[in-house]
Design a protein around this ligand. Sequence first.
Ligand code: FAD
Length: 445
Amino acid sequence: MIRIVGAGPTGALLALLLERRGKEVELYEARPDPRLVPADSGRSINLALADRGIHALKAAGVFDRLGSALLPMRGRLIHYENRDTNFQPYGQAGEVIYSVSRHRLNQVLIEVAAQRTGVRLFFQHRFEAADFAAGTASIRDLHKHRLISVPMQPLLAADGAGSAMRREMAAQKLIQATETDLEHGYKELSMPPGPDRSCRIAKDVLHIWPRGNFMLIALPNDDGSFTATLFLPKHGPVSFAALSDAGSADEFLSRHFPDARELMPNAVAEWHAHPVGFLGTVSTSPWHVRGEAMLIGDAAHAMVPFHGQGMNCCFEDCMEFDAWAALQPWEAVFTQFSAARKRNTDAIAAMALDNYSEMRESVADPKFQLQRALSLELERRFPQRFIPRYSMVMFHHEIPYLTAQQRGAVQAGILTELTCGAVNALSDIDFDCAERLVIGGLPPL
Ligand code: FAD
């Protein structure tokens, strides 16, 4: 019997994959059954789903059930302060990522899990403590107000970025964990649909209003609305703390995002109703205590959301853990899996941080735009050697994150060299030099 704590994306998908392998799984979740309750407002309503996540959802037989909940986005649409826009494709023709409702995805995962005979679901059951000497976990049944004790060996803790299990392991000095806060937080605001559920801005793109030290983004929903997220410093002269009254928040939105403000009639009320969300990076070592309990997903390695990979990475964790699970005993599974996985999760956590300055600042810079266009052109010319870093991460599950990070650094050097000086357009690029640099610096993938 395998026990999993947390039925978010990681715990639910892991249960499905392990059940498929013939394991019996008990899944304990603190919240109510998502099939019976509406979505929480103000908590990252939609997510970008990319190749790594899709690959895992297909393996679990879930992807095809998402149907109309998947909204393809083929690139970024940059909105400047003067209301001009600039479209930047994510990849080659046909390479898209999807906006998907967090709540709907979670519902589908739980619907499928509920149909599997090897999975038992326990909602409103909250993990509270672990006794590693006795090998048991205490879980509170919130219906019946009683504490139950369940054996671990193994217990997989998929209880998210604020993991109670991680804090328990760290408090008992069995692991080391660091939680590094970003100085920026986020707030969600909504852009309602137009008449007859029509979209009031382009539906097949991710909208970005980059403004240097802060930015607004918007992802489409299947009812024609968009969920906008403002990323802003928590403290300082231009910050959530400085915009605590209705007038200043409204004035700030109207000044920096005039076109978006017109699409958000409820912005002021939502500003006050929705909390400022926390963003940060969690790093843990090791991820497990002997063969008893192991952290997985955000519980082990939460990251900032600027690469749209947190959940995709968690789904890839599940695929890799499932492959290692054939090995036994559990301590060997945990040790081998986490050693192999951590170098990749560390790489994507670092790339996610890099991407923040790219999204809020660089995307509006003509040099960056030229380098993006050049990287896609180099991919067309040398598809076995040069794949833009963004594409390696988002469209190539077969390329490990660490490889994407390492090759991405070499590629960044090539792009800088080819675009230095008075190079302002693709027609100015010396493609003979490009060929020498690509072939000399990048072995075939
Ligand atoms: P969670 O989603 O946090 O789920 C943990 C589950 O455990 C929850 O159901 C919780 O109720 C339960 N739980 C918690 N404590 C206990 C307990 N003590 N006992 C029992 N159950 C418990 N990722 C992407 O891939 N693409 C994106 O576009 C993207 N955008 C994001 C935007 C924002 C603003 C944020 C904050 C994150 C974003 N992410 C994105 C990251 C993504 O949300 C996470 O990586 C993902 O949700 C992690 O899944 P998880 O199951 O590990 O944790």
